[in-house]
Design a protein. Structure first.
Length: 259
């Protein structure tokens, strides 16, 4: 129950900042409109030779902006680095709880909040302006839910990996920057990986970053086979096991820098 309570507390904490978060929602929608306008100009007159037409890219960018708040805009390092810096991690590791679940359950509460107060409102803005795709098949909603959940698990694990590295490096700002850049660039946030030059477009399909943004978007748009969920599942399990192993190593390696 402790992890459920942590999730609830994190959700309620974010509830205190609903008005302030409206600014972020507006900015995210504006960025979406800018990307849509750019792609509309790029694809103008080239739709016959492109796998996407203007409406496809409109739906793609709109969906990507919504999913970003679930698998892209996570807390840098899940705040693990702050605990290393001030020494609080020594108490957190000593608690009779699983440190990995202790940290990720708090982030999960924030992501539940993001779903209701960021992703859905931003989706409604796009739906009322440029359009928002609605899956046509009832069975698609189950696969979409699974794909988005696995995307969240992959991204949480990537951010956890950044944070736990603070036990060796202390400072993780550089690692967070690299991680987010790879998520946005190779994850298909701004450019679908189909448009990346070969062999990068082929290689990217097998990296976890595609599983965090590109695949859930394509499953939502019903443009990808539901089999990509198995790929996401592989990375979700592999990264979770890796982080559990690294956490045990960090427990042995930990050097308190302050506190």
């Amino acid at each position: 129950m402790v992890y459920w309570i942590l999730l609830q507390k994190s959700f309620m904490t974010n509830m205190q900042y609903k008005v302030a978060h409206l600014i972020n929602n507006a900015a995210s929608a504006i960025f979406g409109f800018v990307f849509i306008a750019i792609w509309a100009g790029v694809l103008q007159g080239k739709e016959q030779s492109s796998p996407y037409d203007v409406m496809d890219m409109t739906y793609y960018i709109a969906a990507a902006q919504c999913i970003l708040w679930l698998s892209g805009f996570l807390t840098a390092g899940l705040n693990i680095q702050n605990g290393v810096r001030n020494g609080a991690i020594s108490l957190e590791l000593a608690r009779p709880t699983n440190f990995f679940l202790y940290v990720t359950s708090q982030e999960a509460g924030r992501l539940v909040y993001n779903f209701f107060f960021r992703s859905i409102p931003i989706g409604l803005v796009f739906a009322l302006t440029v359009g928002f795709y609605v899956p046509q098949h009832l069975s698609s909603y189950l696969f979409i839910s699974i794909s988005v959940l696995l995307a969240i698990i992959i991204s949480v694990n990537l951010h956890y990996l950044v944070g736990i590295s603070a036990c060796w490096t202390t400072e993780v700002a550089w690692a967070h920057f690299v991680n987010f850049t790879l998520l946005a660039g190779l994850g298909g946030q701004m450019v679908p990986i189909d448009f990346l030059p070969a062999p990068l477009s082929t290689l990217t399909q097998y990296l976890p970053f595609a599983g965090a943004i590109y695949y859930p978007v394509m499953v939502f748009l019903e443009k990808a086979s539901n089999d990509v969920i198995w790929f996401q599942l592989f990375w979700a399990i592999a990264l979770t096991l890796l982080n559990l192993w690294i956490t045990e190593r960090a427990r042995q390696k930990l050097e308190i820098q302050g506190g």
